[in-house]
Design a protein around this ligand. Structure first.
Ligand SMILES: C=C(O[C@@H]1C=C(C(=O)O)C=C[C@H]1O)C(=O)O
Length: 444
């Protein structure tokens, strides 16, 4: 059991003290984490679930939104103040127990979306055969803190009806022209790599139930982190950083091909991806940007010399797991800030790539391609890159924007990149529209 002391000076006043309690939960009650999410508005469900493990939360005990270049520092400082004065009883004591915040932060400093940390009133976590329930209240005077009786399976959410897609910031042909322009800049020597993204507008006949999207993403992309925070929802295969008891891990992805659906042919395609100099070059930039950002915080690091091929049902990626031993107290959120934006979503050199993105993409990425994840009171946590994702419109929750981007290097072909971006839109498109999968979750 951990009891944190009250009152850490020098932090912004976080408001009333947070009271948080974690108790063990019968793992059978947490067999299906997503099914525990109650119905509600798009900003209610919080999720970070992979292969049946992770965290779900709902309700708001406390929340903070921050904008501008200081948004990470502002959120971190608020979190330290909040947990520094919190009264905590943690009977489980694992990473992710005690008070936690789910968070999502905009890609760009100047985005209107900013970044938000949400401390749910109820969190259920599962790790291996252990499960727990955390309840949090910002006002200790409130009685009737929810208990295990609140943890129950809810009826399946309704699927979206009359779903229609429309061009976002740039129609596909104009986006392909932007890719061609980026290739010209790269071959002209202005930069080495830039990631260009595009968006689609989605409309439906009723407010989107985020839980439906989570269920569908989990069915088909069980090896990804299926996330929801404040109306941002997706299934990311890319882990920006995990900090757990002094160890840091980052899964870097860059270099992509589309599977053919034929196993034998896909094996040959995977082998060609692992040898493709264009993809290896693109991957190397991304790995280097992550290793360089982690190095100042680590006493030792393991940076693999060559990537492996990660198979997803819509795409295959070159992937590298970079690991390190942390030698300072930097929190997972501040590590995410140091790593963001990696060359997997920005480019090389970073400043030039960011300027080219702002000029050629002609849209605000919002929280797409920004860090999304969670942090606990010790600073441990997991932050993915918000890819294969979409955001529910706050003003009109029957509308969404979904996003996908591609790394552009000297050898990139605009038509291929357009096809790749379409393949990366498949998870969200299918979650919104496709028929339920057969019970075994396999693709037909
Ligand atoms: C930018 C996205 O994906 C990123 C770009 C990749 C690439 O260009 O090969 C691969 C994985 C991600 O790092 C996206 O999915 O939107």
């Amino acid at each position: 059991m951990t009891t944190l002391p009250a009152g850490r000076s020098g932090r912004p006043d976080p408001g009333p003290a947070l009271v948080a309690r974690t108790v063990p939960l019968d793992p059978a009650l947490a067999d299906d984490l997503l099914a525990l999410l109650p119905p509600g508005d798009a900003d209610v469900p919080c999720s970070w679930v992979r292969r049946g493990e992770g965290l779900v939360g709902w309700g708001r005990a406390a929340a903070r939104t921050a904008h501008g270049a200081q948004r990470f520092a502002d959120l971190e400082s608020w979190w330290l103040g909040l947990v520094g004065s919190a009264v905590v009883r943690d009977e489980v004591d694992l990473p992710g127990t005690g008070p936690i915040a789910f968070g999502s932060v905009s890609y760009a400093d100047d985005s209107a979306a900013g970044g938000t940390l949400v401390v749910p009133e109820v969190v259920v976590g599962r790790r291996g055969d252990r499960a727990w329930l955390t309840t949090a209240r910002a006002d200790a005077a409130v009685s009737g803190v929810p208990g295990p009786a609140e943890v129950r399976v809810h009826p399946s959410p309704a699927r979206p009806e009359d779903v229609a897609f429309a061009d976002g910031g740039l129609p596909p042909t104009e986006w392909a022209a932007a890719v061609a322009e980026a290739v010209t800049r790269i071959t002209g020597g202005a930069l080495d790599k830039v990631v260009l993204a595009r968006d689609l507008e989605v409309s439906t006949s009723a407010p989107v139930d985020v839980r439906w999207l989570l269920y569908r993403l989990r069915e088909r992309y069980d090896t990804t982190w299926v996330f929801a925070v404040d109306g941002l929802v997706g299934a990311t295969p890319e882990l920006l950083v995990r900090r757990e008891k002094g160890l840091v891990t980052s899964r870097v992805l860059a270099g992509t091909i589309r599977p053919s659906g034929d196993d034998e042919r896909d094996m040959a395609l995977a082998a060609s991806l692992a040898r493709s100099s264009k993809d290896l070059e693109e991957h190397e930039y991304a790995v280097r940007s992550v290793a360089d950002a982690l190095a100042p915080h680590c006493s030792s690091m393991n940076v693999p010399e060559s990537p492996f091929v990660l198979h997803l049902s819509n795409v295959m990626h070159l992937a590298s797991d970079v690991t390190g031993v942390l030698d300072d107290a930097t929190s997972s959120l501040t590590l995410a800030a140091a790593l963001h934006p990696s060359a997997a979503v920005c480019g090389t050199p970073r400043e030039t790539a960011d300027a080219v993105i702002a000029e050629l993409e002609r849209m605000d990425r919002g929280r797409y391609a920004g860090p999304v994840g969670w942090i606990d009171a010790d600073g441990d946590g997991e932050w993915g890159i918000a890819l294969r994702s979409g955001v529910v419109d706050r003003e009109d929750p029957s509308r969404m924007r979904i996003f996908a981007g591609c790394g552009i290097v000297a050898g990139s072909d605009p038509v291929d990149e357009l096809a790749e971006s379409s393949a990366k839109l498949v998870p969200m498109r299918d979650a919104l529209t496709a028929d339920p999968l057969p019970p075994d979750g396999l693709l037909s």
